[in-house]
Design a protein around this ligand. Structure first.
Ligand code: AHR
Length: 509
C-alpha cells in the first residue's frame, strides 16, 4: 500500500460532525530539511500552434488592425502574457509542424505563399506569422523560443538551414538572408523539437524507425545550433515501449524526450462538455489529471535504466484538458471554454511536476490562446482571462523555486468509482526567499480545515467559484478571479480554512 493510500485511510477517520456541518480535518507536513531539484521555469511553458484562432486573431492581428497592437501583436494579449512571466513558447505545432515549410514564413509578407492548414479545418494559411514574427513575439513577452522542427515530411537539410538561419552570425549565406529580411542579430533558439507525435500525425512511424530519424535529424540540429536543447518526439500517454526504444536507440543523441498527455472527462469519441457538466465529469476529469503522476513516474523509471544520471529531460510538451469543442464554433478549431475545473487540473498537474523536478524540466500547456485549455480567449477586440490564466498567475512564485516534500493526510473525495485525495499540496522556497504553499481542494462540496506543521503569517490569494463550471465570458469577464486569502494560527500551528473546490496560494513569513 502506498503512503498516500495509508494517509487517505487514516484521514478518513478525521471527519468529525460538528452540528449540521461536516468539518473535514486535514494534516499537512512540510519537510524543509529535504529540498529537491529546483522547479525549472520552463515547466510553465506555453504552446502556440497554427490551429484555429490560436496564433491568428489570438496573438497576431497584423500592424494595420483596428485592434490595438504592438507591431501586429495584440497589446492586451502581450500584456497579459508578460504578467504571468511566460518562460517559453513552443511553435508552430503540434501536428502543423510536420507539414510546415519554414521558408513559407520568411520574406515580404505580401509575397508569402498561401497554403491550406490540412490538419486543422483545411483553412487558408497565409504565412503572415513566420519565423521573424515568432521570434519577435517571444522577445516581446520575455520568453525563450521552442521551435518545433519538421521531421515528418521535411529533411535534415531543411532543419539545418532553419537553425542556421535563426542562429548564425558572420558571413553565412543564411545569416545574410536573415539580415536581408530585417534581423541582423542572431536569435537564441533555446529548444528545438525533433518531430512531433511521430507515432501519429507526425508520420505514423514505428518507434524503431522514428528513433533512427531522431538520430539523423538531431545530428544536424546539434551541428548548426550547438547548445540548443533537442527534444525528441516521445510517447503518447502510457506508451511505455516508445520511451524504452527511443531511450535505448537515441537517448544519447538528444537532451530531452517528450511526453504528451491530455485530460478528458470521458473518452476520445465523446469527450464531455467544457461547461454545464455533471459532478461525475468533475470527478473523472480530476482523477484523469492525477494520472499524470503515474505516467511521469513510469516513463522516468524507464529513462533511469538508460540514463541513471538523469541527464535527459522528460519534456511534457503537450498537456491540458480536451473537451468537445464549444457549440457553434468552427469545426477543427478546438475552441473550448475554461472553468474552475480547468484551474484545478492545472494546479494538480503543476504540483505533480513540482514533485518530479529530477526529470520534468520542460512542459507546455496546450494551448496559449483560444485553443484547448487556454490562458486567454479573444473575440475580435475583446479578451477574457480564464481561470487557468489566474492559476498560472498565482503560481508565478513557483517558477525557479526549490520544492520541499509535503505529506498530506486527507480523506478521499469519492464519487461513484472515483476516489482521489481531496487535498493536494505543493511547497517550495521561492527565488524571493519566501516559503510558498499551494493548497488544492478538489471536493466540490466540503470545505477543509488544513492544519500544518508550520507557524508564522500566511497571506496570498484563493481561486474558487459558486459552481464547478464557474467561468469568465465576454459578457462577464470577471465572474471568477482570485481574491485575498490568509491562514491563521490555532494552537501554535498555521491553519487554513480551505473552501470547497478551491486553490489557495500563500507565502509564509
Ligand atoms: O494540441 C492539439 C494537437 O494535439 C497537437 O497538434 C498534436 O500534437 C496533439 O495531438
Amino acid at each position: 500500500m502506498k503512503f498516500l493510500d495509508r494517509a487517505v485511510l487514516a484521514a478518513s477517520a478525521m471527519i468529525m460532525a460538528t452540528g449540521a456541518q461536516a468539518q473535514v480535518d486535514v494534516k499537512v507536513t512540510v519537510d524543509i530539511g529535504k529540498p529537491g531539484p529546483k522547479i525549472e521555469r520552463a515547466v510553465y511553458g506555453q504552446f502556440a500552434e497554427h490551429l484555429g484562432r490560436g496564433v491568428y486573431e489570438g496573438v497576431w492581428v497584423g500592424p494595420d488592425s483596428d485592434i490595438p497592437n504592438v507591431r501586429g501583436y495584440r497589446t492586451d494579449v502581450v500584456e497579459a502574457l508578460r504578467k504571468i512571466k511566460v518562460p517559453m513558447v513552443r511553435w508552430p505545432g503540434g501536428c502543423f509542424a510536420d507539414d510546415y515549410d519554414w521558408r513559407d514564413g520568411i520574406g515580404s509578407r505580401e509575397k508569402r505563399p498561401m497554403r491550406l492548414n490540412k490538419f486543422w479545418g483545411g483553412v487558408p494559411e497565409n504565412n503572415a506569422f513566420g519565423t521573424h514574427e515568432f521570434m519577435d513575439f517571444v522577445e516581446l513577452i520575455g520568453a525563450d523560443a521552442y521551435v518545433a522542427a519538421n521531421m515528418g515530411s521535411g529533411t535534415p537539410r531543411e532543419l539545418a538551414r532553419w537553425m542556421e538561419y535563426m542562429t548564425a552570425g558572420g558571413a553565412s549565406a543564411m545569416a545574410q538572408e536573415r539580415r536581408a529580411n530585417g534581423r541582423d542579430k542572431p536569435w537564441s533558439v533555446k529548444y528545438v523539437g525533433i518531430g512531433n507525435e511521430s507515432w501519429g500525425c507526425g508520420g505514423q512511424m514505428r518507434v524503431e524507425y522514428a528513433a533512427d530519424l531522431v538520430r539523423r535529424f538531431s545530428s544536424y540540429a546539434g551541428l548548426h545550433a550547438p547548445g540548443t536543447v533537442r527534444v525528441a518526439s516521445g510517447a503518447n500517454a502510457d506508451d511505455y515501449n516508445w520511451t524504452e526504444v527511443l531511450m535505448q536507440r537515441a537517448g544519447t543523441q538528444v537532451e530531452a524526450i517528450s511526453l504528451h498527455y491530455y485530460t478528458i472527462p470521458k473518452d476520445w469519441a465523446t469527450k464531455g462538455q467544457a461547461t454545464g457538466f455533471a459532478e461525475a465529469e468533475w470527478a473523472s476529469t480530476l482523477r484523469n489529471a492525477r494520472a499524470m503522476d503515474e505516467l511521469v513516474t513510469r516513463h522516468s523509471a524507464i529513462m533511469d535504466k538508460y540514463d541513471p544520471e538523469k541527464k535527459v529531460i522528460l519534456a511534457v510538451d503537450e498537456w491540458g484538458t480536451w473537451y468537445d469543442q464549444e457549440p457553434g464554433s468552427t469545426p477543427g478549431f478546438l475552441y473550448q471554454q475554461n472553468s474552475l475545473r480547468d484551474a484545478e487540473v492545472a494546479a494538480l498537474t503543476l504540483n505533480i511536476f513540482h514533485r518530479h523536478t529530477d526529470r520534468v524540466k520542460i512542459a507546455n500547456i496546450a494551448q496559449m490562446v483560444n485553443v484547448l485549455q487556454a490562458m486567454i480567449l479573444t473575440d475580435k477586440e475583446k479578451m477574457v482571462l480564464t481561470p487557468t490564466y489566474h492559476l498560472f498567475d498565482m503560481y508565478v512564485p513557483f517558477q525557479g523555486a526549490t520544492p520541499y516534500p509535503a505529506t498530506v493526510a486527507a480523506p478521499p473525495y469519492v464519487l461513484g468509482e472515483v476516489s482521489i485525495p481531496s487535498v493536494d499540496v505543493s511547497a517550495a522556497r521561492g527565488t524571493d526567499g519566501k516559503l510558498w504553499l499551494s493548497l488544492v481542494n478538489v471536493d466540490p462540496h466540503k470545505a477543509m480545515r488544513v492544519t500544518t506543521n508550520l507557524s508564522g503569517k500566511a497571506t496570498g490569494r484563493v481561486l474558487t467559484g459558486a459552481t464547478m463550471d464557474a467561468h469568465n465570458s465576454f459578457q462577464k469577464p470577471d465572474a471568477i478571479k482570485p481574491v485575498s486569502y490568509s491562514g491563521k494560527i490555532v494552537g501554535g500551528k498555521l491553519v487554513f480554512d480551505l473552501p470547497a473546490k478551491s486553490i489557495a496560494v500563500v507565502a509564509v513569513d
